[in-house]
Design a protein around this ligand. Structure first.
Ligand code: ADP
Length: 273
């Protein structure tokens, strides 16, 4: 099957470099519209292995959409995204792009963990069952092994004593930590966080950020959409400020957050305080 002429005709044909030093995620000129509304107007981003990148910016600037494009929850209209050297959603052959099959898309998505604003746990399953589900059902991991690994992960997120609790018996912060453990159970090479603490009561935010800080320390590659400036300042290797579907400014947190160069960044940061 041949493809989307837009993606094909307007974009560069360069291939992502491969190998250990290549970025884990490379986005080049990513375009996305919804019903004629241009939401991403040419986003470029490199994320290296072990890096934490925070996406900042006002509501509606396209942060969530960009994250969803990386994970193929949305299809891009133009540009290219590579994860670990693989073109996301397409394969290139003889200078032409071909859509991947649903099965191939599912295989790409399997390597990427995503944590949403709402915890999205299976309500009829315990914490342990939630964490075991994908490894057993999708990867065909032996139940006993999956269980042992799930218990380890629940321990890692501070819920070693709650394997048998149902989501409704857990606080929002605990549910979000189960959601993180569940994503980690698939041994992702990349974790995407979409405002993981914004639906939480303020007193529960810290416990989730703590788990994310630990994960960063262990070297997980993470892209985090967040309004938590303290987290971005302390944990991010790189922050990207988006507004109106473009990257306005990016760099080290101490530069972008403490010494923003653009008026739009300054205005946004003032409102955050
Ligand atoms: P942010 O995460 O920065 O708040 P979003 O990526 O959620 O921004 O949204 C960017 C714009 O895209 C908004 O105007 C939003 O209404 C629009 N949008 C997002 N998803 C959809 C969709 N599925 N259908 C139509 N419009 C959408």
């Amino acid at each position: 099957s041949t493809t989307s002429t837009t993606a094909e005709s307007s974009q560069p044909h360069e291939r992502s470099r491969t190998g250990e030093d290549a970025p884990l995620v490379r986005a080049v000129n990513v375009l996305k519209s919804f019903h004629g509304n241009e939401v991403l107007k040419g986003i470029d981003l490199d994320v290296h292995r072990g890096e934490v990148v925070c996406l900042l910016g006002p509501s509606g600037s396209g942060k969530t959409t960009f994250l969803r494009c990386i994970n193929q929850l949305e299809a891009i209209d133009g540009g290219r995204i590579w994860v670990d050297g693989d073109l996301v959603g397409y394969r290139e052959e003889g200078g032409h792009l071909h859509h991947l099959t649903d099965k191939q898309v599912a295989a790409q998505r399997r390597d990427i963990g995503m944590v949403f604003q709402r915890f999205n746990l299976f309500p009829h399953m315990t914490a342990l069952q939630n964490v075991m589900e994908a490894p057993v059902q999708v990867r065909g991991v032996d139940k006993k092994k999956a269980r042992a690994r799930a218990l380890e992960l629940l321990e890692q997120v501070g819920l070693g004593d709650k394997p048998d609790s149902y989501p409704a018996q857990l606080s929002g912060g605990q549910q979000q930590r189960v959601a993180i453990a569940r994503a980690l159970a698939m041994d992702p090479k990349l974790m995407l966080f979409d405002e993981p603490t914004s639906a939480l009561d303020p007193e529960l935010v810290g416990e989730v950020l703590l788990v994310m800080r630990e994960l960063a320390k262990q070297g997980m590659t993470m892209i985090v959409v967040t309004h938590e400036m303290g987290f971005a300042r302390d944990v991010a290797d790189h922050v990207v400020f988006m507004d109106g579907g473009v990257v306005v400014e990016e760099g080290k947190p101490k530069d972008v957050i403490s010494n923003p160069q653009h008026e739009r960044t300054r205005t946004f940061l003032k409102r955050m305080r």
